[in-house]
Design a protein. Structure first.
Length: 304
């Protein structure tokens, strides 16, 4: 038996359509390359970016493997390219990271230490803070409520006072930072392309993994900071609103039991009414229209 650490391939998906996209990727790579875990490689999957990020990766990060998709395959499809590349080259673990994060040097080592000795720990995620508010949680584990039809981040916007400082099982791991065991990917597969271009594919993969008997772990000793939605321009855009509604419906249609649907419509209706009122007061009519379109497309799937 050897004590040699398991090999990890870090996959960073980049497909920025905004002017600052290159700077986001550079800061992410600079922090990732400082991680202290002794056996990892880095792959950047360029998902049809519109800036000069590819040349920057080639010149400033010569040790990083660059894969150019040539077009936008979506979050799931783009990451699947990187995952396939990593598995094809023998990676024991694949670590997906957003291109708009800053990681603590010890992050990967903490995640791998938590996985050591537990063959059922198939997917792990760190404690994630807002980059702009570095002591406030963006993610401290995930929840899936099948009675309300809501997937949520535990601790969202709470100040970190040590309340989530234990390694714990969790119901959902965000694709922002997702460490996956090779055997899990070989068992349950990769991201489902039906969630194109983005949203809910990470919840779907989490649900499949749990139902296949794998453990999902939240590891608070591993820390990182996320520039939330920076690579897509930020904010609750019409694009994001419509897709979140539609893809959330796909997810719960797949995994909720019949009795959950006795409460889901009422809970979604109440939450939507509050959201509509808030956006109406702000004058965000495009977001309101997007919400309605999302529901229309979701309902259309019932009869398709």
């Amino acid at each position: 038996m050897t004590n040699r650490p398991s090999s990890v391939t870090c996959v960073i998906l980049h497909g920025s359509q905004i002017p600052s996209g290159r700077e986001l990727l550079v800061e992410t790579l600079e922090s990732v390359m400082k991680m202290t875990y002794p056996d990892f490689t880095v792959v950047v999957v360029d998902n049809g970016s519109l800036d000069d990020s590819r040349e920057v990766v080639k010149t400033r990060f010569p040790g990083v493997t660059l894969i150019e998709n040539g077009r936008n395959l979506g979050f799931g499809g783009g990451n699947n390219v990187g995952i396939s590349h990593a598995l094809g080259r023998g990676a024991g673990w694949v670590f997906l990271l957003n291109d708009d994060v800053k990681v603590d040097p010890g992050l990967l080592g903490e995640l791998m230490a938590a996985a050591a000795g537990d063959e059922k720990a198939g997917m792990l995620s760190p404690k994630i803070y807002f980059y702009s508010q570095p002591t406030k949680f963006w993610y401290a584990g995930g929840r899936v409520n099948y009675f309300t039809g809501i997937v949520s981040h535990r601790g969202l916007r709470q100040e970190d006072r040590g309340q989530y400082d234990r390694v714990e099982d969790t119901e959902y791991i965000t694709g922002c930072a997702m460490l996956m065991r090779r055997e899990l990917l070989e068992t349950v597969g990769m991201f489902d392309p039906e969630y194109f271009p983005i949203y809910s594919e990470d919840a779907d993969l989490s649900a499949r993994s749990l139902r296949a008997g794998w453990r999902l772990l939240y590891v608070p000793g591993a820390r990182m900071w996320h520039k939330v939605s920076a690579s897509s321009g930020g904010g609750m855009s019409p694009f994001k609103t419509q897709l979140k509604v539609e893809h959330n419906f796909i997810f719960f249609r797949r995994y909720a039991r019949w009795y959950h649907w006795l409460t889901i419509p009422w809970c979604i209706a109440g939450a939507s009414a509050l959201f509509l009122l808030k956006e109406l007061l702000k004058g965000n009519f495009k977001v309101i229209i997007a919400l309605i379109r999302g529901f229309a497309r979701a309902i259309g799937r019932i009869f398709s």
